[in-house]
Ligand binder design. Sequence first.
Ligand code: SAH
Length: 305
Amino acid sequence: MTDLLELSLSVAVHDTAAVAVEAARALIDEVVSGGAVVELNGFGLYGEAAHTQVWLRGYMSDTPAHARALQALRHRLLAYPQADLYGEVMIRHLSQQAWTKAWRQHYHALRVGQRLVIAPAWEQPVVGPEDVVVWIEPGMAFGTGMHPSTRLTLQLLERTLQPGQEMLDVGTGSGILSIAALKLGGRHVWATDIDPDAVAAAETNARRNEVAAGLTTMLGSLPAQRPYPLVCANILADVIVDLLLHQQLAEYVAADGVLVLSGIIDGRRYVVDLALAACGMEIVETVSEGDWLALAVRHLHRDVP
Ligand code: SAH
């Protein structure tokens, strides 16, 4: 994982705040690759009386071009007519070290879905006989289970995976989804990532969980071999759209197979919907947590006369 730039601003909630939040979100969505993340700090939906503050954050990899884009965005936000509603608009550099230290402090075993327990490598959680523990030390790779998009994908995987099935995990990060699939009874998983740190972390985590024999990793986006009965991709909406429209992701899903997509912020759902429709696929299940969505998708089956 590369260093990140974070842009954040807060909006104090009162009558006109919803407009200010939407305006800021639209500006951030335009510039930031993954769109704006809206954090409500446990207050529920904004617009309700109980809220005092809403946070908007956007993340980009730390490159000079992105730094310039975020500075320009900061100026646009401050020039907005209701900018007096905004707290300070901050741009922060998050180093790999800061990132790693932060999750070490905050990361503890957590339960996901019915049987899965995601635990840091150094913790021995107390579990029941049916539970499946996935130990993760993600190093620099994304995928600790702390992020809603990972939890949502795990929930759908647990419900979808059939024992003995094979799976393709696109953008494996720490390998968390692949390892969970293998421990839930999957036969073999092919896992790809464009980040070499992620591929290394996935392999280390697979060994730690004693499922390395079932995992084949690959540096890159999509493998040569296809199709698979189950494909998962927890990446951002725009990457998913690119994979669907330009890299034939749908062709990697067997005729009666399932594609699990995650990393989709609510405001970007429509681009994924459009791309799926263009590929002849339909959504069969949607799960959400806060602003994040995950979808289970199938090929549309038209009745043959
Ligand atoms: N699967 C993990 C990690 C998700 S983060 C989880 O569910 O928690 C997304 C990962 O996708 C990152 O590791 C990133 O390097 C990788 N990635 C981004 N674009 C990609 C692409 N086009 N093809 C394959 N991997 C990609």
